[in-house]
Design a protein around this ligand. Structure first.
Ligand SMILES: [Zn+2]
Length: 140
């Protein structure tokens, strides 16, 4: 299970690896994408199978969703349940299925120059509440 938090001693975090696959519908596809074509996303790196291309217009429509799909989302969140995105060309029947294929673990220090917040100091223990009358009596 992917974790949302890390501690300074362990600056690791986990993201889902994604596969984005072209899915055919009953409507013809007019763009240069064929059913079964795909690309994968692992961390910040997008990869295509050797020799395969992917048109930039559906890629532009998919890109804003992918970082959210890489992260743990609430089971009731539509980002969790909805996995198919329509091609942005209104004449194209193509859809793109976003599949969580696994997870990868990264170190915060390897992916950003921004330091983690300093750990919070331990809170002093609270004294037990003592009624005022008892405190006065203790001074005598
Ligand atoms: Zn299309």
């Amino acid at each position: 299970m992917a974790r949302a938090r890390s501690t300074p001693a362990d600056d690791t975090f986990t993201l889902y690896d994604l596969k984005i696959e072209v899915v055919a519908t009953e409507r013809p596809m007019v763009c240069n994408h064929q059913a079964g074509a795909f690309f994968e996303l692992k961390g910040e790196n997008l990869s295509l199978p050797p020799g395969q291309t992917f048109p930039i217009y559906p890629l532009a429509a998919l890109l804003p969703l992918l970082p959210a799909k890489q992260r743990v989302t609430h089971p009731h969140d539509w980002m969790t349940t909805d996995t198919e995105i329509a091609c942005p060309d209104p004449h194209c029947g193509g859809r793109f299925r976003i599949i969580r294929t696994g997870t990868s673990t990264f170190r915060h220090a390897d992916v950003t120059a921004v330091p983690l917040p300093a750990p919070r100091p331990a809170r002093p223990r609270r004294r037990a509440a003592v009624p005022a009358r008892t405190r006065r009596g203790a001074r005598r």
